[in-house]
Write a protein that binds this ligand. Structure first.
Ligand code: ZN
Length: 136
């Protein structure tokens, strides 16, 4: 298992527009991309903070994962994502070591990354995402 750095921190927000305005005008971080990910029923906005990004997540469907998260827990930190190499091998290794996986195989996330989520019950309550950039 090799984790390179924190790829991004995912934050669930009710309104992408309001959240972008806060990040841009109050924190001085320009939004460099907005992308809809229909498979996850979200619209995302990205901000670079050094090598790490902030990913704001707005639900496009109350029944989607972010819609349910906000209904249950309100806005806030949703997940942490680590950049890795060899994503499938890492998932296999974790599964062998008894860590439950939400995604047994990588799927497509925003920004062309391959992503997979680990089960928060086995990651100390923090929804954890592993990412791999197929272009690197
Ligand atoms: Zn993410």
């Amino acid at each position: 298992m090799k984790i390179k750095h924190i790829e991004h921190i995912g934050i669930a927000v009710r309104s992408l527009e309001q959240a972008i305005a806060f990040y841009e005008t109050k924190l001085g971080l320009p939004c460099y991309a907005i992308e809809e990910v229909p498979e996850q029923k979200v619209r995302t906005a990205f901000f670079k903070v050094g090598q790490t990004k902030v990913e704001l997540l707005e639900s496009t469907d109350p029944e989607g994962p972010i819609g349910k998260f906000i209904e249950n827990r309100g806005e806030g930190v949703h997940h942490i994502a680590f950049a890795t190499e060899g994503l499938q091998e890492n998932l296999d290794e974790l599964a062998r070591n008894g860590i439950r996986l939400i995604d047994k195989n990588p799927r497509y996330g925003a920004e062309g990354l391959h992503i997979a989520f680990l089960h928060p019950k086995d990651t100390l309550g923090v929804l954890t995402e592993l990412c791999e950039n197929p272009k690197q």
